[in-house]
Design a protein around this ligand. Structure first.
Ligand code: FE
Ligand code: FE
Ligand code: ZN
Length: 299
C-alpha cells in the first residue's frame, strides 16, 4: 500500500489551498507537485488550453491520476477549460467546436473524478449581454443532457469584463443559473483579480463584506465552489485582467487575509493563478503560498 505523503510544514487545514499545476509531466504529476508545495487543493488543464485539439484519456492515465488522488489526499480539484471555448459566439463553426470541446472536457473530468470544471461564460461579440446569456444557458442545458454523469459540475468564472465578455457582474451569472435546468450541476468560480477589475472593491473589511453580501444576495454563497486567488496589476474597475503576485497588486494583502480567514469559505478550494517564473530561477508559487499561509489566524 502506498503511504500518504504529508508535507513537513503544513498548517493549512482546514483552509483548502492550492495553485494551478502543469500537466507537462502527466496529469497525475500535477497532484504530486501540489502535494510537494503542501497544497490540499489543485487546478489543472486536462489538455493543452490553447488549441482545439482534443485528447482522449488512456486507462493508464486515469489509473495513475486516481492513485495520485489516493496518495496525496488531494480531492478538491478543478479543471480549467480551454481558453478557446466561447458558448456565446455568433460564429456557428466556433460554437460547434466549443460545444464539442466542453463536452469532452466534462467527460474527461468525470473519468478522472474531478469535481469542478471552470468555464469562462463567453463573449457575445456584439450580440449583446442578454442574447449571450440566453445562448450560454441553452448550451449548458444541451451539455448537461449530452453528459448525464452528474459527478462533475460546471463552475462559471466571474470575468474582468474585457471586450464583450459576459460574467463581469453577478447579475449575468445569476441570470445564466436561472435559465439552466439542472441547477445542482452548476456553481460559480470567483477570481479576485477579475471581480476587482470588474469593479467590485475588496480592499477594506467593509467593502469586502459588502461585495460578499452582494454576491450572496444576487447569486447565493452556497453556489460558490472555487476561488481564484490573484492580485491585480490593474486598478479597480479597469476591466483589464492582469494577475499579480499576492500583495503586490492593487488589491493588496489585506483582502487575502479576509478571504483566508472567512469561515463561510473554509470548504471552498482557493487556487493561485499567479505568474510562476520557475524558468527564471524563481519559485513564485512557494512565495505566494507562504504569504497566504502566514495570513491564517490560528485560533
Ligand atoms: Fe479563468
Ligand atoms: Fe481565474
Ligand atoms: Zn484572469
Amino acid at each position: 500500500m502506498r503511504t500518504r505523503q504529508s508535507h513537513p510544514n503544513l498548517p493549512i487545514k482546514p483552509c483548502l489551498l492550492g495553485a494551478h499545476f502543469s500537466i507537462a509531466k502527466g496529469l497525475h504529476q500535477a497532484l504530486y507537485d501540489a502535494n510537494h508545495y503542501g497544497c490540499n487543493a489543485a487546478q489543472i488543464f486536462t489538455k493543452n488550453a490553447n488549441t482545439w485539439k482534443e485528447r482522449t484519456l488512456t486507462s493508464k492515465e486515469i489509473e495513475l491520476f486516481k492513485a495520485a488522488q489516493q496518495d496525496t489526499g488531494i480531492l478538491d480539484i478543478a479543471s480549467h477549460t480551454s481558453y478557446l471555448i466561447n458558448l456565446a459566439t455568433q460564429d456557428p463553426r466556433k460554437l460547434a467546436l466549443s460545444r464539442e470541446a466542453l463536452k469532452q472536457e466534462l467527460k474527461r473530468c468525470t473519468q478522472l473524478g474531478i469535481p469542478w470544471v471552470v468555464l469562462h461564460p463567453g463573449a457575445h461579440m456584439g450580440a449583446g449581454a442578454k442574447e449571450g446569456i440566453k445562448q450560454i444557458a441553452a448550451e449548458i442545458n444541451i451539455l448537461f443532457e449530452a453528459v448525464p454523469d452528474r459527478n462533475t459540475g460546471l463552475a462559471l468564472e466571474a470575468t474582468a469584463g474585457q471586450g464583450s465578455s459576459i460574467g463581469h457582474c453577478f447579475e449575468h451569472l445569476s441570470a445564466i443559473m436561472d435559465a439552466v435546468k439542472e441547477k445542482g450541476r452548476l456553481g460559480i468560480c470567483l477570481d479576485t483579480c477579475h471581480i476587482f477589475a470588474a469593479g467590485y472593491d475588496l480592499r477594506t473589511v467593509e467593502v469586502y463584506e459588502a461585495t460578499m453580501a452582494e454576491f450572496d444576495r444576487v447569486i447565493g454563497l452556497q453556489h460558490l465552489k472555487v476561488i481564484h486567488l490573484n492580485d491585480s496589476k490593474k486598478e479597480l474597475g479597469t476591466r483589464v485582467d492582469r494577475h499579480a503576485n499576492i500583495g503586490e497588486g492593487h488589491i493588496g494583502i489585506d483582502t487575502f487575509r479576509y478571504l483566508m480567514n472567512d469561515q463561510r469559505l473554509v470548504a471552498v478550494p482557493k487556487i493561485l493563478e499567479t505568474p510562476k517564473k520557475k524558468d527564471q530561477g524563481q519559485d513564485l508559487d512557494a512565495i505566494n503560498l507562504k504569504r497566504l499561509r502566514k495570513l491564517i489566524k490560528l485560533s
